[in-house]
Design a protein around this ligand. Structure first.
Ligand SMILES: [Zn+2]
Length: 228
């Protein structure tokens, strides 16, 4: 399904430009739609130095300008920044659901889906048909148009079967969004650094829990594991 959402959605790629202590770089996703959703999702803070991009109106305006959307950056308010954070967080929650994150409850997923439905009503799209296909076009200009463009990109991924491959890293508090290229869609971590951290944390927890149990103390510490 074709879409011209890339004209209004950010196309700056999935890589975060904020200096980070961790190597948080996602390889370019296989479509502009995936790139747009990942760029939007990866705007939250983590423990590795990534900063919240939508902390206030000024931050939101800067992000829009950085992504080639200066018109949408004019007159954004604190309420806009709060609404954008809420939409972004709902998307990240759904992407954590795609990663089968054990800390993301069914209740949190339902709440996120409810918020996405509300956003769809607030940021409408029009289906434009011609002899070649269809495009989802934002119904408004400015910030509502940008957010509608992101929803259109997500819808395009869902309609083309790629939605489940968009995930958020299960390593808390990383939650970096990435495109899962694994053959069986089993990826859960953005990098081997994150999967190794979780493996090491689990090992330590098991070790602590089993310290009093003879036979458990000899577990080998996990090696760095490839992304899975
Ligand atoms: Zn990660």
């Amino acid at each position: 399904m074709a879409s011209d959402t890339t004209r209004s959605a950010p196309t700056g790629g999935a890589a975060d430009t904020t200096p980070s202590a961790k190597p948080h770089r996602t390889p370019s996703a296989p479509s502009a739609a995936a790139d747009a959703v990942l760029a939007f999702a990866n705007t939250h803070a983590d423990a590795g130095g990534r900063q919240e991009r939508f902390a206030d109106a000024e931050g939101l305006a800067r992000w829009l300008t950085d992504n080639g959307l200066p018109d949408a950056a004019a007159d954004v308010s604190e309420a806009d920044a709060a609404a954008v954070r809420e939409l972004r967080d709902a998307l990240v929650t759904v992407l954590l659901g795609h990663s089968a994150d054990p800390r993301t409850s069914e209740q949190a997923l339902t709440r996120a889906e409810h918020l996405l439905r509300r956003a769809a009503a607030r940021y409408p799209l029009a289906a434009v048909l011609d002899r070649y296909g269809a495009r989802l076009v934002p119904g408004h200009d400015g910030l509502p148009g940008v957010l509608a463009g992101i929803l259109a990109s997500a819808a395009e991924l869902a309609l083309t079967g790629a939605w489940q491959r968009l995930k958020a890293c299960r390593n808390p508090p990383c939650h970096f969004a990435f495109y899962d290229r694994s053959r069986n869609t089993s990826g859960a971590y953005c990098t081997t650094t994150c999967s190794s951290q979780v493996a090491m944390r689990n090992y330590r927890n098991r070790h602590r829990a089993g310290a009093a149990t003879p036979g458990n103390a000899g577990d080998a510490a996990p090696e760095a594991t490839p992304r899975q």
